[in-house]
Design a protein around this ligand. Structure first.
Ligand SMILES: NC(=O)c1ccc[n+]([C@@H]2O[C@H](COP(=O)([O-])OP(=O)(O)OC[C@H]3O[C@@H](n4cnc5c(N)ncnc54)[C@H](OP(=O)(O)O)[C@@H]3O)[C@@H](O)[C@H]2O)c1
Length: 319
């Protein structure tokens, strides 16, 4: 039987499947969050940069008010955005206010990146030439120290990271007093990031997989190996792609603003060794052929796997 939750290095239990809120448009997200809680999700993933935390908070509030769930029964995580990388507590307080909460279960560094806090936009500052206003000398370990300093205040129950490649994770772990509870990464058979998953496992960092369907569908949902596993299990490709992570010992984030899909996405199946072999073989083939694909988010022109290849602008500076 697939586990319903996993234990973090903080002692907290994190559900095996969570509800994502990225690209959930205003007017849709509050109702989606409330509905998700009503049908059984107990993990909500938010972020300052999604620009909808207030509505996520409205959805939570509605579910609390109607008695669907109590605050302590929901695992809420949100993220410190790049323009707040030098002022973690300011970022956290903004998120808590927007969400209408007095604590989050996990607070995460969204990217190991700093962006200009005094730029032309609070979330996505750009330079006059249209490129991202990145702080190329940003020290992500200094941000992590600020995250660690949040723990005694009680506004966060745990801290973690997102989008940490192997090289960044090693830099962080060499200096961290608190090992991140999770690393939230884009993960699916077309982007296995096996070296990151293996390092996280070895260090007791739980992997949370985002964009499991490839974000907007795309080739993953119609790929032949996924269809083959779906047929073996008498289910559809979505259930296979979500269940894949739980079978690998990771939590998976599913996002939808469509009621029928929100509910259906909870129907995970138990994948066996042969199912995983089919999917792993697909991943290995894509890696071998150089066809692994990141479906979401331009990584800001930064080479996270090889920071020394950023046209001489090594990240992080001084670490
Ligand atoms: N830490 C990070 O940097 C980061 C980055 C990206 C995402 N995330 C988190 O991970 C969550 C999930 O990732 P994601 O939103 O990129 O992508 P995803 O879950 O891979 O895909 C979402 C898309 O799939 C559609 N969909 C959902 N269920 C479906 C179903 N049963 N059948 C067909 N289509 C379906 C949704 O459509 P509808 O909504 O229209 O139904 C939406 O267009 C995000 O919402 C966010 O919370 C984190």
């Amino acid at each position: 039987m697939a586990p319903k939750s996993f234990k973090l290095n903080t002692g907290q239990e994190i559900p095996a499947i969570g509800f994502g809120t990225w690209q959930a448009a205003p007017g849709e997200v509050a109702a989606s969050v409330e509905y998700a809680l009503r049908v059984g999700y107990r993990l909500i993933d938010a972020a300052y940069c999604y620009g909808n935390e207030e509505e996520v908070g409205q959805g939570l509030k509605a579910a609390f008010a109607s008695g669907v769930v109590k605050r302590e029964e929901v695992f809420v995580m949100t993220k410190l955005w790049n323009t707040y990388s030098g002022r973690a507590e300011v970022g956290l307080d903004k998120s808590l206010r927007a969400l209408g909460l007095d604590y989050v279960d996990l607070y995460l560094v969204h990217w190991p990146v700093g962006m200009n806090p005094r730029g032309n936009d609070d979330r996505f500052p750009k330079l006059p030439d249209g490129s991202r206003d990145i702080l190329w000398d940003h020290d992500h370990v200094a941000t992590w120290r600020q995250m660690e300093a949040l723990l005694p205040g009680g506004k966060v129950r745990g801290i973690g990271v997102c989008n940490y490649s192997e090289v960044y994770l090693k830099q962080l772990l060499a200096h961290a007093k608190v090992v991140p509870a999770i690393n939230q990464i884009e993960n699916h058979p077309a982007l296995p990031q096996q070296e990151v998953v293996d390092l996280c496992r070895a260090k007791g960092i739980h992997v949370v997989a985002y964009s499991p369907l490839g974000s907007t569908g795309g080739p993953l949902l119609s790929s032949e190996p996924v269809a083959k596993v779906a047929e073996r299990k008498g289910t559809g490709p979505v259930a296979v792609l979500l269940s894949y992570h739980v079978a690998r010992g990771s939590t998976v984030l599913a996002k939808s603003v469509t009621a029928s899909r929100i509910k259906a996405n909870l129907e995970l199946v138990d994948l066996d060794a042969e199912d995983l072999r089919i999917l792993d073989e697909y991943s290995e083939r894509l890696v071998k052929e150089g066809r692994v694909e990141r479906y979401v988010y331009p990584p800001f022109g930064i080479n996270f796997g090889f920071p020394d290849k950023n046209e001489g602008r090594a990240l992080p500076n001084g670490v």
